[in-house]
Ligand binder design. Structure first.
Ligand SMILES: [Zn+2]
Length: 191
C-alpha cells in the first residue's frame, strides 16, 4: 500500500493556500468550468481544488442512482510525488514531468471521468449494465453493491483513460499529453 512521503505532506500542508490557488488557476486555463472545481459531495470542502486528505492523484464526484449528477473534480497530494507508484508504473513519463504537467494530466483525467458520469446519469448514456450496476450499489446485497461500485468506477475510469488522449480541454502541455498517452497505451495492453 502506497504511503505518501511525510515530507510531501508537510510541504503541501504549509503551502496549501498557494497550491489551491495554483490548481484552481490551472483548471481554469485548461477550460474546466468554475462550478466543476472542488468537490461538495458528501460534505466535502468545495473550496479545495487541491485536497490534502487523499493521495491518489485526484478524484471526482461519484454518481448516485436516481440523483442528478453534479460533475466536480479535485487534485491531491500524489501530484506532488514524482515517484507515485500507480502513475510511475502505468506511465513512466510521470516521474520526469514537473508539478504542473502532472497536475494537468490528472485534471484532464478527472475531468473526462466526471463528464462520462455526467453523460451517463444526466443524458442516459450509460449502457444498461452500468445503469443496473448503479442501482445495485444502493439496492443490492453487500456483494452486489461492491460489484456495482467496481463496474461503475471502471466504466468511468477506463473511459476517461481513452477520452483523455483526445480531450477538448485546451493548452494541455506536451508532457501532460505524453503522460496520458502512455497511461492509455498501458491500459490497452491490460484490457
Ligand atoms: Zn480514474
Amino acid at each position: 500500500m502506497y504511503k505518501i512521503p511525510e515530507e510531501i505532506i508537510r510541504e503541501a500542508t504549509a503551502n496549501h493556500p498557494r497550491l489551491n490557488i495554483e490548481i484552481r488557476q490551472l483548471m481554469i486555463e485548461l477550460g474546466v468550468s468554475v462550478q466543476m472545481i472542488g468537490i461538495s459531495q458528501f460534505g466535502r470542502d468545495k473550496s479545495e481544488a487541491f485536497s490534502l486528505s487523499t493521495a491518489v492523484g485526484g478524484t471526482h464526484s461519484v454518481p448516485v442512482h436516481a440523483q442528478v449528477y453534479i460533475p466536480e473534480i479535485n487534485v491531491d497530494l500524489a501530484v506532488l510525488d514524482p515517484n507515485f507508484p500507480h502513475m510511475v508504473s502505468n506511465s513512466p513519463s510521470w516521474s520526469n514531468a514537473n508539478f504542473r504537467d502532472r497536475a494537468q494530466a490528472v485534471i484532464v483525467h478527472e475531468f473526462e471521468e466526471a463528464m462520462i458520469h455526467d453523460r451517463g446519469v444526466n443524458h442516459n448514456e450509460y449502457p444498461v449494465t452500468i445503469s443496473n450496476a448503479l442501482l445495485q450499489i444502493q439496492s443490492g446485497n453487500f456483494e452486489e453493491s461492491v460489484m456495482g461500485q467496481l463496474l461503475v468506477h471502471d466504466y468511468g475510469h477506463y473511459g476517461a483513460i481513452r477520452n483523455a488522449v483526445q480531450t477538448k480541454l485546451r493548452y494541455v502541455s506536451a508532457t501532460a499529453r505524453r503522460i496520458l498517452e502512455q497511461y492509455h497505451e498501458r491500459a490497452r495492453t491490460f484490457s
